[in-house]
Ligand binder design. Structure first.
Ligand code: UDP
Ligand code: MG
Length: 313
């Protein structure tokens, strides 16, 4: 009989833990194929500062299928995914969010596809971004376009982390033990055959998204480059701003000269050229710094996460 591991990263999800357990068990019980299998639910408490861990621990006392790993602080979703995969022992491993944005009703379909043996992974993608701010969708779309142009590793637009994978694929993912983890890229990088299921975006059940616009932008930059270090980002952004300022000032100078003539000839254009070149230089140094910082963090060889408490032996 197969053992299915369900890995769920949680950061401040006190309002969702109970409902996700209920939803998952409802789906399992309502399906003949799934109800005959063994399950383990692995919750990763990613340094929550609400009652998330307390609730998970309480649930795990009544139900031995519920396991948890609690981090010593917030290490980020990528680290939580890694910890979950590493501590799973299932033949098939499922990854899903705690906020019910990943519909458990897809589980039977995902399992039967992977069980057919034709695929190593059954993943999901959102076909819409309903309920998301327009500007966020715009930047996300642009990110996918850029990364797919400049990187050999293809990343599917709208791909979620919600997926089921074979043990073999998970072991390969775990072998990619880099510190700067960008799972969407790693899933694609390890190869294997993936079947894509599509669904309409579902809004988060309770609580707030942990991804601010800024956090998402950094994540996107990380994804592009790694495939952190804040000051280096700063030089990149300063470079962009100065380049933009230079372009604007050039336009203003041209218009002003056309209308009023030139008072001190050559001065303004010299300044704008200096600004433009300075901007481009800072921008380039910034990019260089990004790669250097990644290398720096990677060579330090720090652990991806630190576990404070767990019931997994
Ligand atoms: N999450 C996490 N650590 C973090 C941020 C998020 O473990 O630092 C978890 C979060 O609890 C949720 C999942 O990752 O289960 C997705 O997060 P969220 O819903 O905030 O992201 P979105 O759905 O908006 O992409
Ligand atoms: Mg969510």
């Amino acid at each position: 009989m197969d053992l299915l591991s369900i890995v769920i990263p949680c950061l401040n999800e006190e309002k969702n833990i109970f409902s996700i357990c209920k939803e998952i068990s409802k789906v399992i019980k309502g399906n003949v194929e799934l109800s005959n299998l063994n399950f383990e639910l692995i919750f990763i408490d990613d340094g929550s500062d609400d009652k998330t861990l307390e609730i998970i621990k309480k649930l795990s006392k009544d139900c031995e299928e519920i396991k948890f790993i609690s981090f010593s602080r917030n290490f980020g979703k990528e680290a939580a995914i890694y910890a979950g995969l590493k501590n799973s022992s299932g033949d098939f491993i499922i990854l899903m969010d705690a906020d019910l944005q990943d519909p458990p009703v897809l589980l039977p379909q995902m399992y039967s596809f992977i069980k057919s043996g034709l695929y190593d992974c059954v993943a999901t993608r959102r076909t819409s971004r309903k309920g998301e701010p327009v500007i966020r969708s715009f930047f996300t779309e642009s990110f996918y376009k850029i990364i797919n142009v400049i990187s050999k590793t293809k990343i599917v637009n709208g791909a979620r982390d919600f997926r089921i994978m074979t043990r073999q694929m998970v072991n390969s993912i775990l072998e990619v033990s880099e510190y700067n983890r960008f799972s969407k890229g790693i899933f694609s990088w390890v190869g294997f055959k993936t079947k894509w299921l599509e669904y309409e975006n579902i809004e988060r059940q309770q609580g707030q998204t942990n991804w601010s616009f800024w956090k998402l932008s950094i994540y996107a930059l990380d994804g592009i480059i790694s495939f952190s270090t804040a000051p280096l980002y700063l030089s990149t952004i300063t470079g962009i701003i100065f380049s933009l300022l230079a372009v604007i000032s050039m336009i203003i100078i041209i218009i002003r000269t056309l209308i009023f003539g030139d008072a001190v000839s050559g001065w303004s254009s010299t300044i704008s050229v200096i600004l433009l070149l300075g901007g481009i230089q800072l921008f380039s140094i910034g990019i260089l710094g990004q790669y250097l910082s990644k290398t720096y963090l990677e060579t330090k060889n720090r652990p991806i996460y630190i576990c404070k408490e767990t019931n997994i032996r």
